[in-house]
Ligand binder design. Structure first.
Ligand SMILES: Nc1ncnc2c1ncn2[C@@H]1O[C@H](COP(=O)(O)OP(=O)(O)OP(=O)(O)O)[C@@H](O)[C@H]1O
Ligand SMILES: [Mg+2]
Length: 394
């Protein structure tokens, strides 16, 4: 049985979270990381925050457990004003799983898992029993794992210890920031299943951050699709989001129920790539500038001797430039391979700050660029073709 919360003024175990008009502006930043966000996270549900890098997901989470203080707005946890609670006290009731598990390397698994109970001054026997119970829960036989150090565990095992640690004092709320982000797909799926199993048993209020739409659809009772400044583009059940995306931005993420399957089974090689001009470091900068053209977002990809993309140059980079191109421009984002699935491409495009990502073929040679719109159009065309096929055979 889970332990009862210790403090007499502990938040209700059925702890919903209410964010009202919450803004966080970091010192010296022009735009707010979180901009007037209102979000109701019902007790006992898994709410997934899905949004591109820099959209303020981590900031939003850290506002809830007060590792960060809001600039304005109110946050309640279990109906109580989080800002009026003692932060340390508050955090004891909110488990926090950070990316890459964040275990203390010089502590054993048991010590890591027992940290919060120790802070709460439980006696040693009770801590040891709780640690074993939690290791069982996350599928790590205690006899084998409690005395190990984090470096003696695989990435997936470390993540599980991270989850066990966050659960230690049976907090009603769990904040999980890309907890499975760094794992291979099989381990990831396994941990997703364990989390759903645990949730069935424990009924926590869980806020879960991910970049992965499949993970979001699988785990979320509700999904909040976030744009810059954590603008909530849509908040709804996976069904609602898949079947009636609120706007084009949301559509880019989900593209329809049928499309998810298409994404998983199509490859970058199957879509028409953007024809982006290329250049070599020895090329004349003015000539490259002319090649780029004058569209706002236009750029050229600079290739090395083997034809691999290394940098991107825009017209701005070449303003008043004379002589050879040389080292001008900025590094290109990590390229996609023609054999990658569109799902993988979509993930990469969501995570990058760039509108277009280079695609390479054999030997890493540049073959073109791909954008969210490319993927979206391709999937739409495939769907139409599929629909025509079905209509033809019906
Ligand atoms: N301590 C800080 N000081 C100043 N700016 C910050 C700080 N932490 C985050 N930011 C900025 O706030 C914005 C939101 O950051 P945040 O880490 O919340 O994004 P995120 O959605 O979690 O991104 P990712 O998916 O990459 O983890 C970003 O523009 C970031 O640069
Ligand atoms: Mg983050």
């Amino acid at each position: 049985m889970p332990d009862a919360p210790d403090a007499p003024d502990a938040p209700d175990p059925r702890a919903g979270i209410e964010l009202t008009d919450v803004t966080k502006r970091y010192p010296g930043q022009r735009t707010a990381a979180v901009d007037r966000v209102t979000l109701h996270i019902p007790a006992g549900e898994i709410v997934v925050l899905l949004g591109p890098s820099g959209s303020g997901k981590t900031t939003l989470m850290r506002l809830v457990n007060r590792l960060i203080e809001p600039t304005s707005g109110t946050i309640t946890v279990a109906g109580r004003d989080a800002l009026s609670l003692n932060p340390t006290e508050l955090r004891r009731h909110i488990g926090y799983v950070i990316q890459d598990a964040g275990l203390f390397p010089h502590m054993t698994v048991a010590t890591n898992v027992g940290l919060v109970p120790q802070m709460l001054k439980w006696d040693r026997k009770r801590i040891a029993a709780r640690v074993d119970e939690l290791l069982e829960l996350v599928d790590l036989p205690p006899d084998r794992y409690r005395a190990r150090y984090p470096r003696e565990l695989s990435g997936g095992q470390q993540q599980r210890v991270g989850v066990a640690r966050a659960l230690a004092a049976d907090p009603p709320v769990m904040l999980m920031d890309e907890p499975f982000g760094a794992l291979d797909p099989i381990t990831r799926e396994h941990l997703q299943d364990s989390l759903l199993g645990l949730q069935d048993e424990l009924g926590k209020t869980i806020v879960f951050v991910t970049h992965d739409i499949d993970e979001a659809l699988k785990l979320g009772d509700r999904i909040a699709i976030l744009d810059k400044g954590s603008r909530v583009a849509q908040y709804g059940t996976p069904q609602e989001i898949l079947l009636s995306p609120a706007d084009e931005y949301v559509e880019q993420f989900v593209g329809g129920a049928q499309s998810m399957r298409l994404l998983r089974f199509s490859r970058v090689a199957d879509v028409p790539l953007g024809e982006t001009p290329t250049a070599r470091p020895g090329d004349d900068a003015a000539a490259v500038r002319d090649r780029i053209g004058d569209a706002d977002d236009a750029f050229a990809v600079v290739l090395d001797d083997a034809g691999r993309p290394v940098r991107a140059v825009t017209r701005d980079d070449l303003r008043d430039a004379a002589g050879p191109l040389g080292e001008r421009g900025a590094p290109v984002p990590e390229p996609l391979h023609a054999r990658d699935t569109l799902q993988r491409a979509l993930e990469a495009l969501i995570q990058t700050d760039h509108d277009r990502v280079p695609v390479v073929g054999r030997g890493g040679a540049f073959t073109g660029t791909v954008s969210l719109a490319t993927v979206q159009d391709a999937v739409r065309d495939m769907r139409r073709a599929a629909e025509r096929r079905t209509a033809g055979t019906a």
